[in-house]
Design a protein around this ligand. Structure first.
Ligand code: 13P
Length: 253
């Protein structure tokens, strides 16, 4: 029997937003999100660290969850500028993104570093949203499935379970490019990721799998119809309440 998984639409605001914009966006999502009335749908927003507190307060009392965009592998210590998973949990976060391709590229994060971060998230009681995805050169040379299987195997900690882990497939070439992967490409990648999850995680059939990369209101519906796509990790379109909510509204009810 196919697993019935809750859907998740997550907004990754990246390094965008000052307090006024962030507050107004969070308030709109908290107010309008619950009116979508799609059963078994979770909404998550991941603001920059500077806005986490403000956003947690803005969505308080609503079902909207808040997450960080990264965490350090250690719980505390001499790591100037970093933020730990317990710090995010302390602010009211329930999720944290780890291993986003922008962090892998900008900060040289390796699979083993991502795995340590995900383990730290789990230890702090957070759900880790583990990101993987191939570059254009890797796709063009036919390495996509090997690359994502390797990234996933390397980035999943022992502590991963269906309750504390979400996997986001984000082809690097589709991020911020306006060029999203085709439904065939997404279907093939998600099926391969599901196979790895079934091998490596107890209850791997229940781990939620998101697609990310130029998800917009006009392509969300077709992406959500792909088997093993349980939602989206949305960048640019998550900065406009109308677009983010339109993407959420495209989730099949
Ligand atoms: P875009 O939706 O802007 O392509 O970003 C996707 C992404 O990186 C989400 O984490």
């Amino acid at each position: 029997m196919a697993e019935k998984r809750r859907r998740l639409i997550a907004g990754n605001w990246k390094m965008n937003g000052l307090r006024d914009d962030g507050l107004s966006l969070a308030v709109q999502i908290a107010r309008r999100g619950p009116t979508l009335k799609i059963p078994a749908l979770d909404l998550l927003i991941c603001p920059p660290a500077t806005l986490v507190s403000l956003v947690v307060q803005a969505v308080a009392g609503s079902p909207i969850a808040v997450g960080g965009q990264d965490c350090h592998a250690n719980a505390s210590g001499a790591h100037t500028g970093d933020i730990s998973a317990p710090m995010l949990a302390d602010l009211g976060c329930r999720y944290v993104i780890v291993g986003h391709s922008e962090r892998r590229a900008d900060h040289g994060e390796t699979d083993s570093r991502v795995r340590a971060k995900a383990a730290a998230a789990h230890a702090a009681g957070l759900v880790a949203v583990i990101c993987i995805g191939e570059s254009l050169a890797q796709r063009d040379t036919g390495q996509t499935l090997d690359v994502i299987a390797g990234q996933l195997a390397g980035s999943l900690p022992q502590s991963a379970s269906q309750a504390n882990t979400v996997v986001a497939y984000e082809p690097v070439w589709a991020i911020g490019s306006g060029r999203n992967a085709t439904v065939e490409q997404v279907g093939e990648a998600h099926a391969a990721i599901r196979r790895t999850l079934l091998e490596r995680v107890a209850g791997g059939g229940a781990v939620r799998l998101l697609y990310g990369g130029s998800v917009k209101p006009n392509n969300a519906k077709q992406l959500f119809a792909v088997p093993d796509v349980d939602g989206a990790l949305v960048g640019g379109a998550s900065l406009k309440a109308d677009d983010f909510l339109a993407i959420a509204a495209a989730v099949p009810s």
